[in-house]
Design a protein around this ligand. Sequence first.
Ligand code: AHR
Length: 306
Amino acid sequence: SGGGSSEGGDGGGGDELITVGFAQTGSESGWRSANTESMKTAFSTENGFELTFNAADNDTAAQIAAVRDFINQGVDAIVIAPIVEDGWDDVLQEAADAEIPVILEDRTVSSSDDLFASWVGLDFKKEGVMAGEWAAETFGDTPTKMVVLEGTTGSAPANDRAEGFDEAIDGTAIEKIDSQTGDFTRDGGKTVMEGFLQKYGADGIDLVYAHNDDMALGAIEAIEAAGAVPGVDIQIVSIDAVKDGMQALVDGKINFIVECNPLLGELAAGLVKDVLAGDEVEKKVYVSDQTFTQEQAAEVLDDRLY
Ligand code: AHR
């Protein structure tokens, strides 16, 4: 086969599989399910990989332990979707010492860029800005009481989406009356929203900013249980644009969604191959996001891939 330099082969593409350990955050949301599926498809044996998959159930210590296991196994490369930004220096240094390249996907870390080969994901701060710009345009000078359902405390998307949104609504009449973590889960969003409704009453809340669709969907349940109409009495803006979120947008229960594309598998797999081949790669690979009004969501709902 071919005139390449490899020898003694079986002539049938008998290259060895690339062993990869992937440390996923967990399975907290619809976004995460879509991301896991995209990763598993891209890191398949047909594509030349042997994948060891670990989901840490949102437990930071468990995720770091999983990465240490990958190092001890001597995998060819490690991919991480880091639950939180801080605390990665030691284990990333251990991977570097073992000469195992690390590629980050989705979330970022606060460690020095030297400690990983590349990152692929979304601009979370920009997502927050886009959500905030919608709120600023919609409510502007009208006094507006807003509550926030935050993502996992210490995670890059929770930090950056808060910062971007706050910047975009600065100088408007939108007042953040409360903000609590719902851990990016539907149950978390529901529980936190129930607490807000008890504390302020449905009449005392005009707007919910949810850091992801799943928490918005939980909030919808809480608002309906309190006898108010989500999307009308209390408006909702969220981030992700997963199927269930987009359906709620079409149904009028959510008012605006900023996309966060979970289909990062192919790009991550390409980066792993390039890094192992010694090719130069970008340190940060940004995938772009779009936004959806209720009308726009109705137009694209059937064609969405996740
Ligand atoms: O890191 C991306 C975020 O994590 C998504 O917005 C959220 O749904 C997921 O759990």
